[in-house]
Design a protein around this ligand. Structure first.
Ligand SMILES: *[C@@H]1O[C@H](CO)[C@@H](O)[C@H](O)[C@H]1NC(C)=O
Ligand SMILES: *[C@@H]1O[C@H](CO)[C@@H](O)[C@H](O)[C@H]1NC(C)=O
Ligand SMILES: CC(=O)N[C@H]1CO[C@H](CO)[C@@H](O)[C@@H]1O
Length: 286
């Protein structure tokens, strides 16, 4: 019973992330209406703050046009021609309208806008949609991103960090993915929240009861307690910490519970496990 419920939670959050968008408004009401019983409809931001200034100049907003409708994800600029995101954001893709260099995705003036077609994105070849293993993807931005103080790439982890668990770190997780009870819309303003990295057991106990979704080598487990969660960190968005004075991308938002306030942990893709794949599929040499 408990097992079934936990597994259900995982797939619900995926459904939300792939629900249709209408010019910036994600309409998840039809999805919510399908939810039976125990899953809370009370899905809203808790514990987040609005980003300011040039706090997260690597943040990219991905307006996704899919064969199944419209959707939205976050991404991170890692090079003038590359944006990294979650592979599941790129399922059924036709094209992406990318915006970067703005904190506000509807009211703002993005410094960068481009349309990227499906042929210019790459999902990890071992990405598995059912289990969300290897949930990482690259977007090739043919039109180069011109950097400024508000538009900068984020550093990737150094090789020597490949074996680091990062447990105890309290990274920033960002996103525009705001849902409210009454209006199921994205947040106009970029939101951030700090989620402590906890031990793998915290995630395996929730997500691995029926099937081993969480994989220690390629995922990072973040706390969803104390009223903070990834409702504000849309799929594909960054989890970052400061290393050697540079903001460094260590995780990509992958999945979690549909109940943001349920205190369930959140699962990230462990970026340091994919340095070879990123090197092999971009001009970066990591
Ligand atoms: C959202 O979906 C509901 C149910 O399908 C529909 O009634 C409503 O008009 C939709 N809202 C928008 C903004 O499209
Ligand atoms: C990267 O490329 C090398 C050389 O072609 C290959 O041996 C290796 O398996 C690749 N690794 C990944 C993760 O793609
Ligand atoms: C739809 C569903 O799962 N409903 C369950 C909600 O929780 C109560 C109490 O635990 C169960 O009796 C319902 O079956």
């Amino acid at each position: 019973m408990e097992n079934t419920r936990n597994v259900t939670l995982i797939f619900l959050i995926l459904t939300f992330f792939s629900s249709s968008a209408i010019s910036g408004t994600i309409n998840i009401s039809s999805v919510v209406d399908n939810i039976q019983g125990n899953i809370s409809r009370d899905i809203r931001i808790v514990g987040g703050n609005t980003a300011s200034g040039n706090q997260f100049p690597h943040a990219a907003a991905l307006f996704l046009f899919l064969t199944t409708g419209e959707s939205f994800c976050g991404g991170s600029i890692i090079h003038a021609n590359y944006i990294i995101t979650a592979a599941h954001c790129l399922d059924d893709l036709i094209r992406i309208d990318v915006q970067a260099g703005t904190l506000n995705i509807f009211q703002g003036t993005p410094q960068y806008r481009a349309t990227v077609m499906q042929r210019d994105v790459r999902q990890h070849p071992q990405y598995d949609k059912e289990t969300l293993r290897n949930d990482i993807g690259l977007i090739y931005a043919m039109q180069p991103i011109r950097f400024s103080s508000g538009l900068q790439p984020i550093a990737l982890p150094a090789r020597h960090l490949v074996s680091s668990s990062f447990i105890g770190q309290i990274p920033f997780v960002i996103g525009w993915g705001r849902f409210s009870d009454s209006r199921h819309v994205l947040s106009d303003a970029l939101q951030y929240v700090r989620l402590p990295i906890v031990n793998d057991q915290s995630c395996t106990s929730v997500y691995n009861q029926l099937f081993p979704f969480f994989n220690s080598g390629t995922n990072i487990c973040a706390s969803g307690s104390n009223g903070r969660s990834t409702c504000n960190g849309d799929s594909g968005g960054s989890m970052s910490i400061t290393l050697s004075g540079r903001n460094t991308l260590i995780g990509i938002v992958s999945y979690g519970s549909a109940t943001c306030e349920g205190g369930y942990p959140v699962v990230m893709t462990r970026v340091s496990a994919y340095l070879d794949w990123i090197s092999n599929n971009s001009v970066l040499r990591l």
